[in-house]
Design a protein around this ligand. Structure first.
Ligand code: 5GP
Length: 118
């Protein structure tokens, strides 16, 4: 059972933003932007590569609602999913990071190789 499944079951508390039968949005414990929300399917998919594409329709609608609820729909935001080891995924339960609340810099490439892309 992943730490996020424990959050879904209520075993571990979270600062909830929005919930429905299938999805949950809550504040990241270690925010990397003024607003940093994690959006997860309650069902445990290991990563984006293994997700059932059909759930992405509902997840898209849910994410749009979260952005609107937080007033980010007009100002903009960044939506990220880290997939697997090279993607920097730490919690193996599919989740999207919704980041906003200020102009975000673009420095999320590989730390060691970022100079090659600048
Ligand atoms: P990843 O690196 O897997 O894409 O992101 C995992 C995210 O989960 C990190 O941003 C981390 O701060 C967050 N996180 C890890 N454990 C917890 C927790 O117990 N509660 C909350 N709210 N966030 C967590």
């Amino acid at each position: 059972m992943t730490i996020f499944s424990k959050i879904v079951s209520g075993e571990i508390p979270c600062n909830k933003v929005l919930e429905n039968e299938e999805f949950l949005a809550f504040h990241d414990i270690n925010p990397k932007a003024p607003v940093h929300i994690l959006i997860i399917p309650k069902k445990e998919y290991k990563c984006f590569q293994e997700v059932d594409p059909k759930i992405m329709v509902g997840l898209t609608e849910f994410t749009q609602k979260v952005a609107k609820l937080l007033g980010l729909d007009e100002s903009g935001y960044r939506l990220i999913t880290n997939n697997g080891s090279d993607g920097g995924q730490e919690v193996m339960h599919l989740h999207f990071h919704l980041l906003g609340g200020s102009k975000l810099s673009w420095n999320h490439l590989s730390d060691s190789d970022s100079h090659k892309f600048l």
